[in-house]
Design a protein around this ligand. Structure first.
Ligand SMILES: Cc1ncc(COP(=O)(O)O)c(C=O)c1O
Length: 448
């Protein structure tokens, strides 16, 4: 049996050079590049969210590889899967007579906020002791669910910086109280293939999204919605519909083939190469720590530095590396995030480590961020995100209600989400992160 039924179909189709009287408009013109292999839902190529043929076959192979009850492909990243998870949580609430409420880690990605607005989900935030990772304890979660019974709990692990939450006890708390555990695993598709399986599904998540394109050799946009084998069948039966609610009707078959080929890649020697590279990166982290670099998070394929104590902002250090042709995932005032895969190889890793170690240590930079507050909630995400707004300079925003996401936020936690009143603390955070204006709800709107 082929591990790549979808790619086989398209290669054969392109090889036969048919007259393409169907979309896409480039008609497979080989002179331009990848167009020859770019088809869409033509006869024989299956239908993404009504999969019964080669796509169903390919997704079943992915599900088996990830230990999922079902894997549903996305060509629109985890962002699409997150909206679908929100829809499934809403269906779960309706069917079980629960309130359409989700308790969510405050470090949720912005696609969760738009999902909550579109679906009119009530969101209560979980902060945890460390505001950046939102690592709530089982006791805190149990208490929060006691106070605010919810249909689902939504957590992000790993986060952008590489912090991970111990999901297993939290899954138990959710299940004891009849709540679904939804996990944003956008950064952790590879966790399934480590010597110790640390994928959210193995730790008790009911649903999770994985951005295959972030950590596996998959084209940008390729992602999975994974369903636990223990998810109620009636809910699992709605997964494709949930994705179709928010997805394009013209999925990219280039991305789908990339996901299809990833199955063959993951079935090969990838776990062995991953384990070897994880060990090498772990050793590199140890040597950087000994050289004085403060490290953040424990995610095995990420190297995150908090270099202010070493004498640099993340931006300074990122610029120094960029000058040597080493381009990092993120550089802000506090952090420098580097994302690795086995494809980087030992030489790439050595190059990055040598470049860092060659940077002389300096007097610490003292530009810590202002503390994140807990701004007052004035209205729901839905009301805020659907309200007319006006853009004002920060100094005119005090006391106003945020109506849209602030443009350039730190990756982990938003100082305020739409619907919250902007206080002095929050505005100081925005200023620190270089945000100069905010979209606030117009004063004559909603009951503010
Ligand atoms: C934590 C987190 N969740 C979700 C997403 C969205 O993923 P995608 O870009 O695959 O839509 C991102 C993207 O950066 C992210 O960092």
């Amino acid at each position: 049996m082929s591990l790549t039924p979808l790619s086989d179909f398209v290669a054969k189709y392109a090889g036969a050079a048919p007259l393409r009287l169907h979309v896409p408009g480039h008609k497979g013109a080989v002179t331009l590049g990848p167009e020859a292999l770019d088809i869409t839902e033509i006869p024989g190529a299956d239908v993404l969210y009504h999969a019964q043929g080669i796509l169903a076959e390919s997704q079943a192979i992915a599900a088996a590889l990830f230990g999922a009850g079902q894997a549903v492909y996305s060509t629109e990243g985890s962002s699409l899967c997150i909206r679908a998870m929100g829809y499934l949580a809403l269906q779960y609430a309706r069917e079980t007579g629960k309130r359409p409420r989700v308790l969510a880690g405050r470090n949720a990605h912005k696609s969760f906020l738009s999902a909550a607005a579109l679906l009119d989900l009530e969101v209560d935030w979980l902060y945890g002791e460390n505001l950046l990772s939102c690592a709530v304890t089982a006791e805190e979660l149990a208490e929060a669910l006691e106070r605010n019974p919810a249909a689902a709990v939504y957590l992000t692990s790993p986060d952008y910086l590489g912090n991970q939450i111990d999901l297993r006890p939290l899954a138990r708390v959710c299940h004891d109280r009849g709540a679904l555990l939804l996990v944003d695993n956008a950064h952790g598709a590879y966790l399934r293939f480590l010597p110790e399986n640390r994928h959210p599904l193995a730790l008790g998540a009911d649903l999770c999204c994985d951005s295959a394109h972030k950590t596996l050799p998959v084209l940008t946009g390729g992602a999975y919605l994974h369903l636990s084998p223990t998810l109620p069948e009636w809910l699992a039966a709605q997964a494709e519909r949930a994705m179709a609610m928010f997805a394009t009707t013209s999925p990219s078959y280039l991305i789908l083939q990339s996901l299809d080929r990833a199955n063959a890649y993951l079935s090969g020697d990838y776990p062995t190469r991953l384990a070897a590279f994880a060990a090498a990166l772990d050793a590199a982290k140890g040597s950087l720590a000994r050289a004085g670099f403060p490290l953040v998070g424990g995610e095995p394929m990420k190297l995150t530095l908090a270099p202010q104590n070493y004498g640099y902002t993340g931006e300074d250090l990122g610029a120094l590396l960029a000058g040597q042709g080493i381009v990092c995932e993120l550089a802000d005032k506090e952090h420098l995030v580097m994302m690795f895969t086995p494809e980087v190889g030992p030489r790439g890793l050595e190059r990055a480590v040598a470049a860092l170690k060659a940077v002389p240590r300096r007097e610490p930079v003292r530009e810590p961020p202002p503390p994140l507050g807990r701004p007052e909630k004035v209205c729901s995400l839905r009301e805020a995100l659907l309200s007319p707004t006006q853009e004002l300079p920060l100094e005119a925003c005090l006391g106003r209600v945020l109506g849209q996401l602030a443009a350039a936020c730190p990756p982990a936690v938003l100082p305020a989400v739409p619907g919250e009143r902007l206080d002095r603390e929050t505005l100081a955070c925005f200023r620190y992160y270089g945000i100069e204006t905010c979209h606030v709800i117009k004063e004559n709107n909603v009951n503010l």
